[in-house]
Write a protein that binds this ligand. Structure first.
Ligand code: SF4
Ligand code: MG
Length: 336
């Protein structure tokens, strides 16, 4: 049984001058109402592409999309632009790192929140304005009645981010896609915005897909995690499972490259050696093999020739056996 958002075997291929680039290669996941899926990975892992595709925001001239994207049972890949436009801002909303890509400098903040509400609900101008003021209050803008008449440049960065969230949530979307929404903000504002999203989720039962490279943010926000590498999911599970008992060498690398709360912060971080591969010519077998320190523990050249599968539910796509995954983490990774 699929979730509220159900993605099956998604393949996204860009045609480029150098040839086809498979940005997403066989991705499946589910998100239920009231839950948050955190998608983690380095840039180029396909995490943003996946979500632009869900929203139908890819360029159809240069992009081929295969597989299934079901939102509440409705297929989005074959949906018309008109149908998608109706979904966006109504049932599905998004927030990005940079609020200025979402807010126009030429209209008041209140008008930009009121307009999608009028458009999607048929509310009167007056009712929509009142709703905009209410939403600005909900996202923690002081004096929302007056501030609604301000233009975006009269808001601070953190307030613009809040205004964008108010705009995204004004129609009570069923699904919210948040792509690095707090990366540009200072830690205090970031924590406030994450709390706000959690409150709004509790109130509206929104399903959230939260995209980030920051495992700390994921630990705070998500119920479930999917770790992506080079266009594929390499590990998934609940937040507890993936962060406490990670089972994939790439996830181990991500954890080792971030500061740990329980250890001396002066300990130098270890970045994962190497760089993510080009998706024009992805590595054979396990795509992580050129960077993996554990492939000699797997028999023969299996890591180079055979692509490890990711099962539904708690799973890690790696040829190490279950016992190796457990003991390597417990004895070699965690003590570091
Ligand atoms: Fe490393 Fe092999 Fe596992 Fe890939 S399959 S992560 S190369 S051990
Ligand atoms: Mg991105």
């Amino acid at each position: 049984p699929g979730g509220f958002l159900s993605v099956r075997d998604l393949q996204v291929t860009f045609s480029t001058e150098d040839g086809p680039v498979k940005a997403v290669d066989g991705l499946s996941f589910d998100v239920d109402r009231g839950r948050t899926l955190g998608i983690v990975g380095e840039s180029g892992s396909g995490k943003s592409v996946t979500n632009l595709t869900v929203l139908g925001l890819h360029d159809p001239l240069f992009t081929t999309v295969d597989g299934e994207i079901l939102l509440d049972g409705k297929e989005l890949i074959t949906a018309t632009e008109k149908e998608l436009e109706k979904l966006r801002g109504n049932r599905v909303a998004m927030i990005f790192q940079d609020p200025l890509t979402a807010l126009s400098p030429f209209y008041t903040v209140g008008r930009q929140i009121a307009e999608p509400y009028m458009k999607h609900t048929g509310a009167s101008k007056k009712a929509a304005w009142e709703r905009a003021v209410e939403m600005l209050g909900k996202v923690g803008i002081p004096n929302p009645k007056e501030r609604a008449r301000d233009y975006p440049h009269q808001f601070s960065g953190g307030m613009r981010q809040r205004a964008m969230i108010a705009m995204a949530l004004v129609c009570d979307p069923d699904l919210l896609i948040a792509d690095e929404p707090t990366t540009a903000l200072d830690v205090t504002v970031q924590a406030q915005i994450l709390d706000l999203l959690k409150d709004l989720q509790r109130e509206f039962g929104t399903a959230i897909v939260f995209i980030t490279h920051d495992l700390g943010v994921i630990a705070d926000m998500a119920d479930d995690i999917m770790v992506m590498y080079a266009g594929r999911a390499v590990e998934r599970g609940t937040v507890d499972e993936v962060l406490r008992t990670p089972r994939h060498p790439y996830t181990w690398g991500l954890l080792n490259s971030m500061p740990r709360l329980d250890s001396d912060l002066a300990t130098p971080l270890e970045p994962i050696p190497g760089t993510p591969p080009s998706l024009l010519t992805p590595p054979s077998g396990c795509r992580f093999h050129p960077r993996c320190a554990f492939r000699d523990r797997v028999g023969g050249d299996r890591c180079v020739t055979e692509s490890p599968a990711l099962a539904p539910g708690r799973s890690s796509a790696c040829h190490l056996d279950a016992e190796q995954k457990r003991t390597v983490f417990a004895e070699e990774i965690r003590p570091r």
